[in-house]
Design a protein around this ligand. Structure first.
Ligand code: LIP
Length: 288
């Protein structure tokens, strides 16, 4: 039975393709259901239920309701799998697989009624450690236009079932580059300084408010590259696989793996040029 290959580092997985296809299907089924819930809730009045790291890092009642639905569905569809979810949902894995869940990525966009938000669901294999786990399938679903981005290891990346690919490499001066900013004022000040170094060197910057959808835009060739300091594993997991399965790379600056310190995504050559510029600006140290 065919085995998928992790194209980014060439590692051969031990997961049969039919299992990976099943996991991708579960990710999309659950993401679409949660997306419909939060889209419907958005038609009413949305309250901030709590704040997290700062007064602008909000959790809405929809984040909480969506995460509850996602965990209930995963318990039924994939009993024994683990869970690591943004709003606190967690479960130990008895199967070696763990679901990494962001019930609403782009929460501030959602709160303000802006359409660029998504449900991001990935399934990883191995220890629940972002530095060592292997993302094997995922879905980023955008409820406002009901568009799903999906990928399974070794099987390519898709938008609404149509294969997508990263943009052709381009000179940095011609590159449309996505980014985002932290909720901490101190970190944002450092990120603003990095931006003064990057902005004059690229075609333009787009700050669209959802890391998961930024990564999908890279995978679909709608951004030439993306970088951000401060991402959490649930912001990143599904979008990372969608980019690598679309022929791109997702890395850190001083590390092969992306991390909270820095995520850079895009075609390999563009990522290499952007990473050099970001390293000169010490972009992975803004949070220190
Ligand atoms: C968001 C990220 C975005 C980042 C925001 C925030 P959330 O995630 O998707 O890229 O710039 O600051 O972290 O909080 O909406 O799940």
């Amino acid at each position: 039975m065919a085995r998928a290959i992790n194209r980014q580092d060439g590692a051969v997985t031990n997961h049969p393709a039919p299992l990976l296809a099943e996991l991708k299907g579960v990710a999309q089924q659950v993401a679409v259901a949660a997306g419909e819930l939060v889209r419907t809730m958005r038609q009413g009045h949305i309250e901030v239920a709590a704040t997290k790291t700062t007064a602008t890092d909000v959790v809405t009642e929809a984040d909480t309701a969506a995460e509850k639905l996602i965990l209930e569905m995963l318990r039924k569809l994939r009993p024994g799998d683990g869970v690591l979810a943004e709003e606190g949902g967690a479960a130990h894995s008895d199967t070696g697989f763990t679901w990494v869940v962001d019930p609403i990525d782009g929460t501030v966009n959602y709160l303000y009624g802006l359409p660029n938000y998504a449900v991001s669901i990935a399934v990883v294999h191995g220890e629940p450690d972002p530095q060592t786990w292997q993302v094997v399938a995922g879905c980023v679903h955008r409820p406002e236009d009901s568009v799903s981005y999906t990928a399974a290891l070794g099987d390519g990346a898709y938008r609404q079932g149509t294969a997508i690919k990263v943009a052709a490499p381009t000179a940095l001066s011609q590159a449309l580059v996505g980014t985002g900013f932290a909720y901490s004022a101190k970190t944002r000040a450092g990120q603003a300084e990095v931006l003064t170094r990057v902005l004059p060197q690229v075609r333009d910057i787009r700050r669209m408010g959802s890391a998961a959808l930024d990564l999908c835009a890279v995978a679909a060739g709608q951004l030439d590259a993306y970088f951000e300091h401060g991402l959490s594993p649930w912001d990143l997991a599904a979008g990372q696989l969608i980019v690598t399965e679309a022929g791109g790379v997702v890395t850190g600056l001083s590390t092969r793996q992306p991390s909270t310190a820095m995520t850079v995504a895009g075609p390999p050559q563009t990522v290499a040029e952007l990473s050099e510029l970001l390293a000169q600006a010490r972009a992975d140290e803004v949070g220190n």
